[in-house]
Design a protein around this ligand. Structure first.
Ligand code: ZN
Length: 373
């Protein structure tokens, strides 16, 4: 379970069979929950920018030199931000015996933060790191600039896609024109993996038994933000894909797709909305009549429940049993019981729920009933 409104709800959760709880760092709550017998997991934002980091030099930079805050975060390669997070991990482990540290936002900006924020990061820290690891920084930057320009004026790309009947081949034809695009995605992955290793090593220096996990993007989107399911097992004890079919924030599949459509329509008002959204589904491999075809509905409605199964199975295949798999789903999903049944049928190592607020007590009881059967 992610979150708890107050310590008073601990007995309720235990009674319903929940033994693992994920919370943000709060020393009193950690100890209170441990005294109650919970396995306590602490989630920390990997690249969060709090007050002291509210300066342009800490932010992610697009190829036009514009800075962006994404998910309340800065550049994933900024050494000061990284040091701060490692200090937080040390502080927690010095004071508490927690079951695991969970990284959140351990990635680069997604399309849900806007296509311009997505087109990052090209700051000086990233330039140095790219040079160090042998990536051709200028080529990546020019390719991402070209991609952004193609988003601003989508006519030519749309014609190519139409010519190929919106098949994957059309995308390949477009992507190959930006030869640095794949390197850019590779650089994102390399940077993310490097920091996961740093966190892992910090944990191991304190405790052999505290585990490391992460909330990661759902498999269909993860490769875009620098997360590679096929490599997680080397450093993560468990992986928590955020399989959100509805929601009003980044990482929710409906929101991520809606933001892509919104930005493209904003810059290209001639684009046919429903056709564009249909093309997005094709790109990400989703098919079916229940998928909404307007940006408004995509923002507000649920994507079909079948999508949960698709993403669970993808995560399971990509991880291949090498890390534990505990996806997280929305607790306020209108079909929560069915979602839990799907999770049980898929054979996962666990399931997590976002997030426990007072008004969700009934749902928690329903989940407990489904799992108890
Ligand atoms: Zn950077």
């Amino acid at each position: 379970m992610f979150g708890i409104p107050r310590l008073e709800y601990a007995d309720f959760l235990l009674e319903k069979g929940f033994k693992d709880i994920v919370i943000g760092y709060d020393p009193e709550l950690v100890e209170g929950l441990r005294d109650k017998g919970f396995n306590v997991h602490i989630v920390i934002g990997a690249f969060r920018i709090d007050n002291e980091f509210r300066e342009p030099r800490f932010l992610a930079e697009d190829p036009y030199g514009r800075k962006h805050v994404w998910f309340g975060s800065g550049c994933p390669n900024n050494p000061d931000i990284r040091r701060r997070t490692l200090r937080q991990v040390s502080e927690i482990l010095e004071k508490h015996d927690v079951s695991s540290i969970l990284l959140d936002g351990i990635r680069f900006a997604s399309m849900g933060s806007g296509l311009e924020a997505f087109a990052t990061c090209f700051c000086e820290n990233c330039r140095n790191k790219a040079d160090k690891y042998g990536y051709r920084f200028e080529e990546m930057k020019q390719s991402v600039k070209k991609m952004l320009n193609a988003f601003y004026d989508f006519k030519q790309a749309w014609e190519v896609l139409q010519a190929y009947r919106y098949s994957q081949v059309g995308f390949l034809d477009l992507v190959k024109e930006g030869s640095g695009l794949l390197d850019w995605l590779g650089f994102r992955e390399h940077s993310v993996e490097e920091f996961i290793v740093e966190v892992r090593n910090t944990i191991k220096s304190y405790s052999g038994k505290t585990r490391l996990g992460a909330y990661v993007f759902t498999p269909s989107l993860a490769f875009l933000v620098g997360q590679n399911y096929r490599k997680f097992w080397r450093h993560l004890d468990f992986v928590k894909p955020m399989v959100y079919r509805r929601g009003r924030g980044v990482a929710c599949l409906n929101f991520e797709l809606a933001k892509i459509a919104e930005d493209l329509l904003h810059w290209n008002s001639w684009l046919p909305e429903s056709e564009l959204i249909d093309v997005l589904y094709r790109v990400f491999g989703f098919r079916g009549e229940e998928y909404p075809l307007s940006t408004k509905r995509l923002f507000e409605d649920c994507l079909p429940i079948s999508l949960i199964k698709i993403e669970f199975q993808a995560a399971k295949r990509l991880l291949a049993g090498r890390s534990e798999l505990h996806p997280i789903i929305m607790l306020d999903d209108p079909q929560i019981e069915q979602a839990v049944k799907i999770a049980m049928e898929t054979g996962l190592d666990g399931i997590d729920f976002f997030s426990f607020r007072e008004e969700e007590k009934n749902r928690i009881s329903k989940i407990s009933e489904v799992i108890g059967k």
